[in-house]
Design a protein around this ligand. Structure first.
Ligand code: DC
Length: 229
């Protein structure tokens, strides 16, 4: 990469359960880019607020907590780990309780500002694949590639159901679908950085695609883009 050029960013946005993490991780691995899961950061602060039994409607105490927190993402060839204040929380942030409550953290502008700074700093030294809700719209509006990954609510429910089942967690599929619809609403209707498609985003509907096909499509988009430069 030339010095006068910004590092390459592949921004992947989309609703909960569209399969962003799996695809983003595989694309990053294939291209030798750094994978950054921004949802993990909102989850980490949610976990901390829950552990501290903070009132999730009390924005001021959430902001104070966020200012005093250290979130780190570590990655090597095969592992991806999340640390909060020096302790690993990779597994702990994946519970339904954290999923259900993370909108409280995600809707506080001052907290998003803190996390945006961390997210933007990754580009200083790396080419990155970053996934979330507002990466192409807010974090990196100048990302060289913006992808919006979508899938039907039914398909996203099915995928999440199977994922939970694999972890030995049985959950009512109707309830799960309702939760996903609720999270979609919260993500797309919040005042700050709501989930929306950037006009330049390439929309990929993954409802009938395999993960391999998705990875291939995105890496092809990247190769074409590099060739045309
Ligand atoms: O993608 P995820 O389910 O791990 O995201 C966790 C929460 O963080 C969810 O409430 C959406 C929110 N989020 C966000 O507001 N902006 C991002 N860039 C990533 C996640």
């Amino acid at each position: 990469m030339k010095h006068n050029k910004k590092h390459f960013v592949i921004a992947i946005d989309g609703p909960a359960g569209a399969g962003k993490s799996t695809v983003a991780m595989l694309v990053a691995k294939k291209l030798g880019f750094l994978y950054v899961d921004t949802g993990a950061m909102y989850r980490a602060l949610t976990l901390k607020a829950l552990r501290q039994k903070l009132d999730l409607n009390d924005r001021q105490s959430l902001i104070e907590m966020a200012r005093k927190s250290k979130i780190e993402l570590f990655q090597n060839e095969n592992h991806y780990k999340v640390f909060l204040d020096g302790k690993e929380i990779t597994e702990e942030i994946r519970t339904e309780e954290v999923s259900r409550n993370s909108h409280f953290i995600a809707s506080v502008p001052e907290i998003r500002e803190i996390l945006w700074d961390i997210q933007r700093s990754y580009r200083n030294n790396h080419n990155i694949v970053m996934e979330g809700r507002d990466i192409g719209t807010v974090v990196f509006p100048d990302a060289q590639i913006k992808i919006y990954l979508d899938a039907s609510v039914e398909e996203r429910t099915k995928r999440r159901y199977l994922q939970l089942k694999q972890q030995g967690i049985e959950i009512d599929i109707k309830k799960l679908k309702e939760e996903i619809i609720k999270r979609d609403e919260k993500d797309s209707k919040r005042d700050i950085a709501p989930l929306k498609k950037h006009p330049e985003a390439i929309v990929i509907d993954t409802t009938n695609m395999t993960i391999e096909e998705e990875v291939l499509l995105i890496t092809e988009i990247y190769r074409k883009r590099i060739k045309s430069e």
